[in-house]
Ligand binder design. Structure first.
Ligand code: EPU
Length: 420
């Protein structure tokens, strides 16, 4: 078993380059199944979720060549299979995109129920509603979702909830459908725009991504033969921004789209961090104890749930009592118990947590309870007195590229240790 051993107390200083966005990559990779040809994707993050996705695509018949650590050329001409390998799809949440893309390509898809971080109940009723509206028949049996359609016909679909996954899945299923599909109350996250831009580059006709209403006019074929670059990861950037403020450091983040960071920047400034925005890079620094804040997680452009636990670390050492209200997921405060082991004073009740700021955290062994909680515990270790051991490193590797090395280059005393 691997653990990260961190000796705290060093302010982080220097430059870090942000990798491609995980949640865009895990949607764009299955989107290649809609192409009848070859495409090249670059700025792919080198993370385990991407590697698993590539394995799944190869299993389905795709040919993948790695041109570098962050670029692949993928040939999807010979995809014949409609059933995704269960052992791989159960490893993560984003496997649900195989439903939309295989349904779109073959009119048939068999995919195991998605796995992923345990953040409370995570239904997929809106995905199923969209597929059914397009003409598919869906059966859920023995842990598998079986989707079949004679043909897919464009229609109007109203999303009851702003759902990233359901919006993207609906786009995937309708790109090659007959006629026009309109998605109302669509989610607006930057990675949804990225998936639409990718598909349009390959020959699709999708308009309005990034707004409440997305219009997809079905096309006969996506021919590919193009190169696409994935957007930088908004959440990885936010994680380093929080680390800069929490450690009283000074970090410049390269390769980011600062427009995507506005809600995070606003909260960083509210707690006393100083942010200099250069459009495609951002400098964040702070030399004082953070102020308290009140945060509510919301769909984009609101404050992202995926930054909630990292921000929680910052508020655990803030002056005064802060409040976080988690409005997206039922159970995303498990990390607060780990922070309390480090001396934080957090009480979480249902979807609200109260952070009575303490002067400092103490190093101790802690367990990542999900991907973002893992990143938060690394930040906690970097600012804590003494040594912190972070277990369940696999969670963190799912979504952060070389996180240990990136933090080490900023001055953190962090090392990966193999433990029997
Ligand atoms: N929901 C439903 N029914 C549905 C779909 C969603 O009730 O059919 C609910 C969910 O239970 C949740 C809310 O709607 O309460 C929003 O869920 P959404 O569908 O937007 O989330 P997701 O697609 O499951 C993606 C990211 C998450 C990120 C959320 C919110 C991927 C693979 N995952 O999940 O990323 O937290 O959007 O932005 O894109 C992470 O990266 O750490 C992570 C968990």
């Amino acid at each position: 078993m691997e653990k990260l051993v961190i000796t705290g107390g060093t302010p982080l200083k220097g430059e870090v380059t942000i990798s491609g966005a995980k949640n865009a990559a895990v949607a764009i990779l299955p989107a290649t199944l809609l192409i009848n040809g070859v495409c090249t994707i670059n700025n792919l993050p080198n993370i385990s979720d991407v590697k698993i996705y590539c394995e799944i695509l190869e299993n389905l018949g795709a040919k993948i060549e790695w041109n570098s650590d962050s670029e692949i050329t993928i040939d999807t001409k010979n995809i014949k299979m409609a059933e995704a390998p269960f052992a791989l799809t159960s490893k993560f949440r984003a496997s649900y995109y195989l439903l939309g893309s295989l349904l779109g390509r073959n009119h048939s898809a068999i995919v195991g129920m998605p796995g992923g971080c345990k953040l409370g109940s995570r239904p997929i009723d809106q995905h199923i509603k969209a597929f059914e509206a397009l003409g598919a028949n869906i059966e859920c049996t023995q842990g598998k979702i079986i989707a079949k359609a004679k043909k897919l016909i464009g229609t109007s679909i109203y999303m009851d909830i702003s759902s990233v996954g359901a919006t993207i899945n609906c786009i995937l299923a309708s790109v090659l459908a007959e006629g026009t599909t309109i998605i109302d109350n669509a989610a607006k996250e930057p990675h949804i725009v990225d998936v639409a831009n990718f598909l349009n580059t390959m020959g699709a006709d999708i308009r309005g991504a990034g707004t409440d209403t997305i219009k997809i006019t079905g096309v006969k074929e996506l021919s590919g033969n193009a190169t696409y670059s994935i957007i930088p990861d908004q959440i990885e950037a936010g994680t380093f921004m929080v680390a800069a403020v929490a450690s009283k450091g000074d970090i410049t983040l390269k390769n980011c789209i600062t427009k995507h960071l506005e809600s995070i920047t606003a909260k960083i400034c509210e707690v006393g961090g100083i942010v200099e925005d250069y459009g495609d890079s951002i400098r964040v620094y702070c030399n004082k104890r953070p102020n308290k804040a009140i945060i509510k997680t919301l769909p984009y452009p609101g404050f992202p749930t995926d930054m909630q636990s990292q921000m929680g670390v910052l508020l655990s050492i803030a002056e005064g009592t802060s409040i976080i209200n988690e409005s997206i997921f039922d159970s995303r405060f498990q990390y607060t118990e780990e922070l309390n082991k480090m001396g934080a004073k957090i009480s979480a009740q249902g979807k609200t947590a109260y952070f009575e700021g303490v002067k400092e955290l103490q190093g101790t062994p802690v367990y990542a309870t999900d991907l973002r909680a893992g990143a938060a515990l690394i930040i906690a270790g970097i600012i804590a007195k003494g040594t912190t051991e972070v277990y369940n490193v696999d969670y963190i590797n799912r979504g952060y590229e070389n996180i240990e090395e990136k933090f080490r280059k900023l001055g953190a005393k962090i090392k990966l240790v193999e433990e029997n």
